[in-house]
Design a protein around this ligand. Structure first.
Ligand code: F6R
Length: 603
């Protein structure tokens, strides 16, 4: 959500445009850039829509050796040119970009800026006008005025600020929104994530909440929240930049769906030894084993992965497990057992809703583990333990390979804890073999993707609404399948526990309404068949996705045989492919669905 790139000491325009393109996945609806050539010329350019609109507005003469760029995902004020960043003060001396939300901007505006003329409807503009106010009225230098503003602000921010009277400096600050400082030879870069500027440097400093810094081309001065000067160590980011490229694919989403068998194999070798025994930090395994209840938190797709995890932890460890939306738990904290353990599922590691729960957990000394795909992300740094999902960069807004990676890591962890607790079912569960079968089965489904495109074209593309139904683990996948289809194709889709339709929602079934039925649960397979007949007799067009042992002649997609616990790895793949092909065949931008952001850093 919002992307930021700033550079000092190097031709800035192309570098920022490239960086912003790499941050497109975070979601945005307008973009802007401020450039200063350090020879008395400056350029401020903004455009609504895609980055190419910004690029088209920039003339070849507009260049800079310092620049700050931004992609905006509208929160306060519509996506218009005036509301796009960078924002500036009345005298056009200070230019600022911001990722986050300033909660008390109206109070600050009323208290300090009653006479100021505002150009935008944003919360951000208050920050830059306030810097100017303190510089002019209190005769503070820019860095001091900036720090004074930060003390007054309540909310989340990653800020970059340029003062055109000392344009060879970028001032930055971070609180709850991601930002990294990249170190170059004769230049320095600031960006929302490392991947966006990996072509420039691999050496990065992680900034902490409360940090504020003054950066020039060959120096950086960082102060922490307490005002102390700090010297954090730089680290090398070891990501293959080609992993973040689309290659020959038209969309990242299909590339990422296709990568899933490889991700599962990678996780098998990363977290299982040659005998198939899980190899996690023993302190972590011991800590979880002491818990009398596990609490899983997540949002969207990660929340759905939590329902599969609940089944894994309960079956293999015997520890009762609850799943909650982070956004709900943050302010309606669950009633806790005596020895709770918290598990956060978050692909990005930056989701603001999940972070609220983690901060509350820290206050109460509840041990916490984050499962994330992003090393060094905020939720990873703030939890007691982290396990990486190792799915490789996920760029499409719709999460696919991070979901299946979350399933795999939860299953491996559940096995580790179950074995530690000497649970027979965990000891007997041959996870290495099951993960190998899962990867093989996923590959077979991917190889047969043409059939899913045919189904999507015939039954989904022209539909207004659709339903997913399933029981047990199939219900968990039904929730995820429904989210995937609606978010990328805009077909309103709901996931239901199969028996629940007849308690109200079946009234929505009309001639031709698509109902996608998932059947892998040995206990309830027959009952779900009954639910299929109920909707078919009311005109539904059923697409059945069924494990081979439960298949009948007319089933649409028959999944290779696996253990029930592993079945979601397979079932979810056709649901992802149906969503992908429905979106693509509607001519939509599959990777960047409207209104959505990849990294949701506001509550
Ligand atoms: C949907 C999707 C979102 C995210 C959710 C949480 O495809 O990607 O629902 O799962 O915004 O994000 P993370 O996992 O980064 O916490």
């Amino acid at each position: 959500m919002c992307g930021i790139v700033g550079v000092v000491g190097k031709p800035a325009k192309e570098l920022i445009l490239n960086g912003l393109r790499n941050l497109e996945y975070r979601g945005y609806d307008s973009a802007g850039m401020y450039l200063n050539d350090l020879a008395g010329h400056e350029y401020l350019t903004k455009a609504v829509g895609r980055i190419k609109n910004l690029e088209e507005k920039l003339t070849p003469d507009e260049q800079g050796l310092v620049g700050i760029g931004h992609t905006r995902w509208a929160t306060h004020g519509k996506p218009t040119v005036d509301n796009a960043h960078p924002h500036f003060d009345e005298t056009k001396r200070f230019f600022l970009v911001h990722n986050g939300v300033l909660e008390n901007y109206l109070d600050l505006k009323a208290k300090y800026l009653a006479d100021t003329t505002f150009k935008s409807d944003t919360d951000t503009e208050v920050a830059v006008q306030l810097v100017a106010k303190f510089v002019y009225t209190e005769h503070l230098d820019t860095f001091t005025a900036f720090k004074k503003v930060l003390k007054l602000i309540r909310g989340s921010y990653a800020f970059l600020l340029v003062d055109n009277t000392e344009p060879d400096h970028i001032f930055l600050a971070k609180n709850k929104s991601p930002m990294m400082l990249g170190l170059g030879d004769g230049f320095n870069i600031v960006a929302s994530d490392a991947i966006s500027v990996l072509d420039q440097t691999r050496k990065f400093i992680d900034l902490n909440d409360g940090d504020v810094a003054d950066v020039t081309k060959d120096s950086y001065h960082i102060e922490n929240a307490a005002g102390e000067v700090v010297h954090p160590a730089a680290h090398i980011v070891d990501i293959d930049p080609s992993a973040a490229s689309k290659g020959t694919y038209e969309f990242y989403m299909l590339k990422e769906i296709d990568e899933q068998p490889a991700v599962i194999r990678r996780l098998s070798s990363a977290y299982l030894d040659e005998n198939g025994q899980p190899k996690f930090d023993q302190k972590l395994v011991a800590a979880i084993s002491k818990a009398d209840r596990l609490y899983i938190f997540g949002a969207g797709t990660s929340y759905h992965a939590g329902f599969v995890g609940k089944e894994y932890f309960e079956k293999l460890t015997g520890i009762p497990t609850e799943v909650d939306y982070s956004s709900e738990a943050g302010y309606h904290f669950p009633m806790l057992s005596k020895h709770p353990f918290f598990i956060f599922l978050t692909q990005s590691g930056e989701t603001a809703d999940s972070r609220v729960v983690l901060q509350e957990a820290r206050k109460r000394n509840i041990p916490a583990l984050t499962l994330t795909n992003v090393q060094g992300s905020t939720l990873s740094r703030e939890a007691n333990y982290t396990i990486l999902l190792k799915a490789g960069p996920e760029i499409a807004v719709a999460s696919t390979k991070a979901y299946t990676a979350q399933l795999a890591v939860q299953l491996e962890l559940a096995k580790a804890i179950g074995c530690y607790l000497k649970q027979e079912v965990a000891i007997k569960f041959d996870l290495k073999k099951q993960l190998a079968l899962a990867a093989e089965g996923m590959q077979r489904i991917i190889d047969g993707k043409a059939q899913l495109e045919t189904l999507a074209k015939a039954d989904l593309v022209h539909s207004r609404n659709a339903f997913y139904i399933g029981r047990g683990l199939d219900y968990a996948v039904a929730l995820e399948g429904a989210l995937k289809l609606k978010e990328v194709s805009y077909i309103q889709t709901e996931g239901f526990a199969a028996a629940e339709l007849k308690h109200g929602t079946i009234s929505l079934i009309e001639q031709g309404t698509p109902v996608i039925a998932l059947i892998n649960d040995p206990v309830t397979a027959g009952l779900t068949r009954g639910n299929i007949r109920e909707v078919e007799s009311r005109g539904a067009k059923v697409i059945s996705i069924v494990g081979s042992e439960f298949a009948v002649d007319h089933d649409d997609i028959v999944l290779p045989a696996t253990d029930y616990l592993v079945s979601p790895f397979l079932t979810v793949v056709p649901t992802q492919l149906l969503a992908y092909y429905a979106s693509k065949n509607k001519g939509l931008d599959v990777d960047k669905p409207r209104n959505l952001a990849k990294s949701v850093t506001v509550e």
